[in-house]
Ligand binder design. Structure first.
Ligand SMILES: [Zn+2]
Length: 148
């Protein structure tokens, strides 16, 4: 379960419109709350935009510079925020994860938010949680998300 602040939601969708026809990407910052029966609620208070380091195929691939990630993680900790997920856009493609998205996802328990951007306008925003215990059995499951 993922809760997005209104500003985080609008901001990540706007990012996808700005970088169209290329993919945008960034990090979701906030907190994890245990809500019982092995469920975790992630609340996103802020997003951190990242540059897409994929110059070879930026329309359908994204990659976050590891140095950006370390900086964002450090700045988040100073504010009491954790990395709870990642977001990217799919220009003129559905808001569904691809096999490449799964292969390149490594943060178990985190949310992967995908926004479809059609002809420059953000359409659907979906969230998927990376579950499993290791690279061999990892998978994405549909995750309920709300804008709060
Ligand atoms: Zn993707």
């Amino acid at each position: 379960m993922l809760n997005l602040s209104q500003s985080a939601y609008l901001s990540l969708r706007q990012h996808g419109e700005e970088t169209y026809p290329h993919e945008c990407c960034g990090v979701l910052l906030g907190r994890f709350d245990d809500i019982g029966s092995q469920s975790v609620l992630k609340t996103v208070s802020r997003i951190a935009r990242c540059g897409n380091t994929r110059k070879d195929s930026p329309h359908n691939r994204y990659s976050i510079d590891p140095r950006d990630l370390i900086r964002i993680q450090r700045e988040g900790r100073e504010r009491g925020e954790e990395i709870v997920g990642f977001y990217h856009s799919h220009p003129d493609h559905p808001a569904q994860w691809s096999s490449t998205d799964l292969a390149e996802a490594h943060w178990f328990g985190c949310s992967y938010v995908i926004t479809s951007v059609e002809k420059g306008k953000a359409v659907l925003t979906n969230s998927f949680e990376l579950t499993g215990s290791d690279e061999a059995d990892k998978k994405f499951v549909d995750e309920k998300s709300e804008v709060v």
